[in-house]
Design a protein around this ligand. Structure first.
Ligand SMILES: [Zn+2]
Length: 304
């Protein structure tokens, strides 16, 4: 009811009318929603369906920390009825484009402001951790914020939006339950994660994993470890007695393979979709697929 009133007010104001026009791009008269990462691009599409035209800036299998945009994409950002970002410092390659879209008056929905972020818990990384999507209950918080923001976009039917947002939240809650059930089959002393970079803080906090360490220091993917960093982690891996370490499908596995070799032990290197969806014909074309594939691979690797 409240949303409908707001929609009416917005539709009657000149500003609302302008946004409705400006927001329309290739999708006829549908409002244009622009999303930075491909994970959030899928979530927005699931929540709002074909009521809007969704443009995702980040390509499949790309690195969210470093991807940039074309001149054409910059214009699409500026003309968006709503720009959805991950925030918390994730999109380092896009920071200035997001700032200028904000200065141009584009309405922003920052996913990282929809919940209380956790801090990195490693010696080599500090500050808020942007990788919230590894815990689907955090994504439920984001869907709540998204539903509110989309409800204010002129031209979106509020009751259809409420129905699809509710259906998607139910799927996220089911994914959380399945992850809990699957991870509980891993013996507690084996619930330990060694990764290419610091992506699993939220997953570890939600499902009771220990974070042994990550090869790339600093929380982003843009730094490189020193020889002594690698040696220190190698010792920690041997001491933890883990049977598997995890690579990111969107990065080179060179460093994680070097780590494996430096342990001198027979450890599996398992590739996960940690920060990017795959192409449509890959194993993780949607966020729910990503959660499911990662859960199965982590569970299989740590119970082997
Ligand atoms: Zn990352």
């Amino acid at each position: 009811m409240k949303r409908r009133d707001l929609l009416t007010v917005l539709a009657l104001t000149p500003l609302g009318a302008v946004a409705a026009c400006d927001g329309a791009t290739g999708g006829g008269d549908k409002p244009s929603i622009v999303v930075t990462t491909n994970i959030l691009g899928d979530v927005v599409t699931q929540v709002v369906g074909d009521q809007v035209s969704v443009t995702t800036l980040m390509a499949p299998n790309a690195d969210p920390h470093s991807f940039g945009v074309s001149a054409k994409q910059t214009l699409t950002m500026r003309d968006a009825a709503l720009l959805v970002t991950n925030g918390l410092g994730l999109e380092e390659g896009l920071a200035s484009n997001i700032e200028s879209a904000k200065r141009d008056g584009v309405t922003l929905l920052n996913a990282g402001e929809q919940f209380t972020p956790i801090e990195y818990s490693s010696d080599d990384a500090s500050g808020p951790d942007p990788h919230f999507w590894t815990d689907p209950t955090r994504m439920i918080d984001v869907v709540n914020g998204l539903e509110g923001a989309l409800g204010k976009v002129p031209g979106i039917d509020a009751s259809a939006l409420a129905a699809s947002a509710t259906a998607y939240r139910d799927k996220l809650a089911a994914a959380d339950e399945r992850m809990s059930t699957r991870f509980s089959t891993i013996p507690e002393d084996k619930r330990a994660l060694v990764t290419n970079h610091h992506v699993f803080g939220y997953l570890a906090a939600r499902y009771g994993f220990r974070l042994i360490g990550a090869v790339i220091p600093g929380g982003s993917t843009l730094a490189a470890p020193s020889a002594s960093d690698l040696e220190e982690l190698s010792t920690a891996v041997r001491e933890a007695g883990v049977g598997a370490i995890f690579a990111d499908t969107s990065h080179s596995d060179q460093l994680i393979t070097a780590l494996k070799e430096s342990t001198g032990q027979d450890i599996q290197v398992v590739a996960l979709y940690t920060e990017s969806l795959s192409a449509p014909d890959g194993d993780a074309p949607t966020y729910l697929d990503m959660l499911s594939v990662n859960t199965d691979r982590i569970t299989a690797a740590l119970t082997a």
